[in-house]
Write a protein of this length. Sequence first.
Length: 573
Amino acid sequence: MTERTRPDSLYRQSERRRLQQTIPNALNEPIGHDACGIIATVRKTGTPTHGNVKRALEALTQMAHRSGEVRGEGDGCGVMTDIPRKLWRNWFKDEGLETSDVDAAGFFVTHLFIPVNVNPRDVLDHIRAVGAKFGVRVSLERRGETHGSVLGPVAALSEPIFYQVAGNVNGANDLERSKKLFDLALNLETTHPVHVVSSSTSTVVYKVRGAADILDRYYPELRRPDFESVCTIGHNRYSTNTMSTFEQVQPFSLLGHNGEINTIERLRRELDFLEIPRTLGSDSQDLNRLLEGLINHQGLSLFEALEQAFPPVLGEIKTFSPALQDAYMSFRQALGPLAQGPVALVTRHLNECAFSVDALGLRPLWFGETEKEFFWSSERGVLPLGAFAADPRPLAPGEKMLVTLRQGSVMPLKHFEAQRILLERVHNREAVTVGARAHVSGPLERPQNIPEFDHEVHQPSSAALAAFGWEKWDEEYVKSLTEKGNEPISSLGYDGPSRLCATPNRTSRSSSRKPSLSLPTPRLTASAKSSSSAPASCWDAAPCRTANSAVSSRNSSRRSCRWIPRPPPSTAR
């Protein structure tokens, strides 16, 4: 199913119908990818402070250049923080509720976006009725305070109603309570046109369609001194080919993502096999949904789920200990590398935070520390130079880091240290991994007697190639490798030897005419001395100069390329 034909979520369907008359093509663009700015700040002492939130908001503003802008409005930004329990104690007290419930292990907060053409009462009544089946008891519902006057004209048209729901969820442990809230959120989104922004016993998400400097003005409670957090994750969205909406702004319930998932269709098919409902949204949303499903339905921790979706490459696995090789090869056999492509992630679930970079390091993620906090960011310059306690360093390709939030002291674990914890968790679940490392290098023994091939080779038909998944590009790729020893020229440009280093029989003219994006397009000159071997035509990328006219370089930069036939060679001597 293509991006244009697959269905949308109920929330997006409702918004499209509502905005169709005002913005005819609203939300009709295919779901796209993001190239964004991310930040995560973690308090070293593990104690919540308002300064942690404030500095994350300031860092988002510093990275405003990493967010997109349409008609003067930002594509979106948001933060994920701890539940502001001091605020909720005050709100419970104002309503005459027991304030001690806010400190209970099962206390949860759910944030909702409800379209303005939907009655919020229907949604809230559904939560109370169906929530009882999941062990969820609602104590307080309130319409969140927002200031719509700070929104741009387009964002104001799609502004939803922001609701906050708090209560208690039953469960023997945090993972069991998380699963019940996840299942309730799935039920809610499949029955009502509502977007569940977050639903957790530990975190809340605030996000808006706009630039970073309006986030705390749109949600004034973010500026209150009693809004405290140990960890704050922030995200600036740069939507490359979609119309941004409140729903698609990040962070989502678990992560902030910079990059794109090139294997998104495979990931979505795996969601179907695992019986995890798709979000019908962006690639980042479905990645978030995959991690949620692995955690809540398969019983994995956040770090285990990340390693399942982004396993190390085989060359790296070969350097691991036998036990780790068994674990990671079993991961690859279970799911495989589902999420390939340029990726930098900042994630959190309950009291565990994990940070990850793709195997090629195509998206930057810096790790640094100040006197009070650790931080992970798309750029190291988000904080003043004098604030650094040590030089920031970029995460290496494929590197992950793990942080467990606890009172007293928080210490980031390097990848190899986190892998030890992962191995303990795998063994504690008695997962069958023994012997999986046998597949790391293919067959165990090489055949001794290999028969010679003496048959005539026949070119397979196009139908046969298509049946095995071959496309035209694959044929051209193999043909180019066998004939020239080089990959074909594509969107990345020609990566063969330069003209200066080429063999003598490769002329400058033939090299410059290669269909490459990395070489300048040849220009047509007005010289009367044209060679008889010159091509009959060429691309004109610069203005022609004649004796009677001259075009300034300022105007020449605005000329578009045009096809001009070359005149026949002159016979005069």
